[in-house]
Design a protein around this ligand. Structure first.
Ligand SMILES: CC(C)(COP(=O)(O)OP(=O)(O)OC[C@H]1O[C@@H](n2cnc3c(N)ncnc32)[C@H](O)[C@@H]1OP(=O)(O)O)[C@@H](O)C(=O)NCCC(=O)NCCS
Length: 311
């Protein structure tokens, strides 16, 4: 029987944390073509100073995994949950998440908690979380090589705006009542959408923001009707990080035009591979991306436990 322990990050040996982070970053690069060198740069000083919030998983006294605690738009989240490949498939990931969530809830039982991760194995990470009142939503990381023929934009597209207020309120409206808004509270809070967009633009969230790959469409009155936000995950790999069309403008090909703008610009930038993440329950978008050539490559799962701050 393996002895499992959670060690608070600030008490953990910095070299052990750093080596887990390096292992995780290398796995993201090989499995997802998603390079995160800045993440290591940003986290290293925090690790050394003991300022990183979260836990190290020790198995028989040896570092085997970790989970960090973050905050977005006032909501507490379990981030970057990771167990080394040699320890996978034995329930350690579910134990790590369950124990970390239990510790956070012991401090503040009414708080909303969210978690999102690539399990990188067939293991079910949610066993303990479901028992503690968490809901789950599975997403797919999808990829496609740049196709020979791409859709043509039938709508005029304008460059991404400097001011985030309009894109933030469009996101709020576009995701209202959706499964994505159930699991990510930032979609339900005006400040949350702005904070999320700011994180995307800063490069801390989802690859490096690319202005040339990002577009908006304005309706006849000049109001924002749709947006697409592109990032670059590694040389030659672009990610469709966000796409949203105002509900009253849907079904008329605007989404297709925005994707066309993103793909055409990506091709001009020499991009060879495209990726995105979409919820399996979002059948419209999931089926549509497959028609465009995207194929599921890695599952991503989100867990959330309702609580305060509420929508
Ligand atoms: C997904 C979204 C951007 C699509 O925008 P849209 O302007 O309605 O898209 P389009 O009219 O260009 O349609 C895109 C495709 O979906 C199909 N489609 C649109 N509405 C549909 C519906 N209600 N049912 C089934 N298919 C539908 C279209 O046929 C089209 O496919 P095709 O090009 O192969 O014919 C829009 O629904 C949205 O903003 N949703 C909320 C945000 C979201 O889910 N974003 C995606 C997260 S990855």
């Amino acid at each position: 029987m393996v002895k499992r322990e959670l060690v608070e990050m600030r008490r953990a040996e910095p070299a052990a944390v750093e080596s887990l982070l390096e292992e995780e970053v290398a796995e993201w690069s090989s499995r997802l073509s998603w390079q995160r060198p800045r993440l290591l740069e940003q986290l290293r000083p925090l690790v050394v100073r003991g300022n990183l919030a979260g836990w190290l998983l020790a198995l028989d006294g040896r570092p085997a995994g970790k989970v960090l605690v973050g905050e977005q738009g006032g909501v507490c989240s379990l981030e970057m949950a990771y167990v080394s490949p040699v320890w996978r498939g034995q329930g350690h990931l579910a134990w790590l998440l369950g124990r970390a969530a239990a510790d956070l809830l012991a401090e503040n039982p009414d708080q909303r908690l969210e978690a999102g991760l690539f399990p990188f194995s067939r293991e079910d990470p949610g066993g303990l979380l479901r028992g503690a009142g968490f809901h789950e939503l599975w997403r797919d990381y999808m990829v496609t090589d740049m196709p020979d023929s791409i859709p043509v934009a039938a709508h005029p597209l304008s460059p991404w705006p400097d001011e985030l207020a309009e894109p933030a309120s469009l996101l709020l409206e576009a995701y209202r009542g959706s499964a994505d808004a159930e699991c990510s509270a930032f979609y339900t809070l005006p400040d949350g959408c702005r904070a999320y967009l700011k994180a995307l633009l800063s490069g801390s969230e989802c690859g490096g923001f690319s202005r040339p790959l990002s577009w908006v469409h304005r309706d006849g009155t000049g109001a924002l009707a749709g947006l697409v936000l592109g990032t670059v995950l590694s040389p030659g790999v672009a990610h469709l990080a966000q796409i949203a069309v105002r509900p009253d403008q849907r079904g008329a090909g605007l989404g297709r035009s925005l994707v066309a703008g993103f793909m055409d610009a990506a091709r001009r930038q020499g991009i060879e591979r495209l990726s995105l993440i979409v919820s399996r329950g979002n059948a419209t978008a999931h089926d549509w991306y497959q028609r465009l050539g995207y194929r599921p490559s890695e599952p991503y799962v989100c867990y959330w436990r309702p609580g305060s701050p509420a929508r």
